[in-house]
Design a protein around this ligand. Structure first.
Ligand code: NAD
Ligand code: DAU
Length: 353
């Protein structure tokens, strides 16, 4: 048996591939086009491991996807590939529509043709798992109840609108064609291999370089944070035991304002890599807010706990300590991703702010 993973060179995808192969001998075909966010260094330790088959290619390439399905006959597709950064979607939404909407459509059509030709147990057991986000539900007021799976979709950014569109496609392919799908909507992940354009790795990397730590607006926006390996475990559980056609919200029960996150990271760095110039929090700099910035996300993860027995294993305190330590131990990985393209992005997003 084999599974096909898309986007397995990105942050969550590569953690999923590592964790999958740590607990299973079932091979993974990893389809990733290697955008700026995809990094083969992140699976360098799997070189020579026959269970990991990396294919550089685009999920919008129907011929390629058809060929991979015919060749490897996976029992499941786990779909991570996406453009994932909200700020980039504000600067240039086109690529988000192409990959997140057209790419998901292409995969669904290829999966439908492949699954339609399967028979018996193979057909019965096949799954298409779609990895999505809590951002599709929009923004919560301070005292509103956390998002449940039945919360209305109210996406506010080009990124979340494109993910909402992909969720609707997945739902429709199940409802209309019977494709055996599951979807998970997860909150903010953090952990190893996180590209330093996102808040937590950006703060770690900038602090170590003595650069400003940019806080958008008043820094009081609230996110729910989940250690990436807990997200990967949740996806494995949904894949194995999730009910077909269902959506599962995944979260860490850990809502925090951005400024608290940044102060926690600074305090850990003060302890683990003290700076003679003074506490890292001295670098905190308030900058212009993100246009349309969602104020608060919060996840009600009781359904996945009740039905499938999943709960996060890490607390924020244990997860963030592991994460900061990982960045301290993997400086070479960080410098390799800080290419010319990365520097251009930093210039575009922060210098004119
Ligand atoms: P990421 O940006 O780190 O990685 C995305 C990967 O997809 C990259 O390796 C990239 O090369 C690949 N990719 C992009 N376009 C492609 C295409 N057309 N064909 C093939 N591969 C392509 O993203 P991430 O943070 O790992 O997120 C993975 C998934 O999880 C996304 O669908 C995202 O919406 C969802 N998600 C992310 C978070 C989070 O906090 N990061 C939370 C909830 C859900
Ligand atoms: O909620 C799940 C989502 O979490 C995922 O679907 C997205 O793919 C993922 O990127 C993430 O989206 P956010 O926009 O919440 O993540 P980001 O790390 O970009 O920002 C987290 C918060 O920190 C947000 O309120 C914006 C703020 N921020 C971010 C950056 C990069 C800053 O204050 N300064 C910054 O420099």
């Amino acid at each position: 048996m084999t599974i096909l993973v898309t986007g397995g060179a990105g942050f969550i995808g590569v953690n999923f591939v590592h964790d999958w192969l740590a607990v299973s001998d079932e091979p993974v075909v990893n389809l990733d086009v290697l955008t700026y966010a995809g990094n083969p260094d992140s699976f360098a330790s799997l070189r020579g491991d026959g269970r990991h088959i990396f294919v550089k290619g685009d999920i919008c390439d129907r011929e390629l996807v058809d060929r991979l399905l015919a060749e490897h006959r996976p029992r499941a597709i786990v779909h991570f590939a996406a453009e994932s950064h909200v700020d980039r979607s504000i600067h240039g939404p086109g690529e988000f529509m192409r990959t997140n909407v057209t790419g998901t459509f292409t995969l669904l059509e290829a999966a439908r043709a492949y699954w339609g030709a399967l028979e018996g147990a193979e057909r019965e057991g096949f799954r298409f798992h779609h990895v999505s986000t809590d951002e599709v539900y929009g923004s919560l007021t301070a005292d509103a109840a956390p998002f449940t799976e039945t919360h209305p979709y109210e996406p506010n950014s080009p990124y979340s609108a494109s993910k909402a569109a992909s969720d609707h496609l997945v739902r429709a392919w199940h409802h209309t064609y019977g494709l055996p799908v599951t979807t998970s909507n997860c909150s903010n992940n953090y952990g190893p291999y996180h590209f330093p354009e996102k808040l937590i790795p950006l703060i770690i990397v900038n602090a170590l370089a003595g650069k400003p730590l940019p806080i958008y607006g008043d820094g009081r926006q609230v996110r729910d944070w989940l250690y990436v390996k807990d997200h990967c475990a949740a996806i494995r559980v949904v894949l194995e035991r999730g009910r077909v056609g269902e959506t599962y919200n995944v979260g860490g029960w850990n809502e925090k304002p951005n400024i608290d996150i940044v102060n926690t990271v600074c305090a850990l760095l003060d302890e683990l890599r003290p700076d003679a110039a003074g506490p890292y929090s001295r670098l905190i700099t308030y900058v212009a807010d993100r246009p349309g910035h969602d104020r608060r996300y919060a996840i009600d993860a009781r359904k996945i706990e009740r039905e499938l027995g999943w709960r996060p294993a890490e607390t924020f305190e244990t997860g963030i300590r592991k994460t900061v330590q990982w960045y301290l131990d993997n400086q070479a990985w960080v410098s390799n991703v800080q290419t010319g393209a990365y520097r251009e992005w930093v210039e575009r997003n922060y210098v004119a702010r």
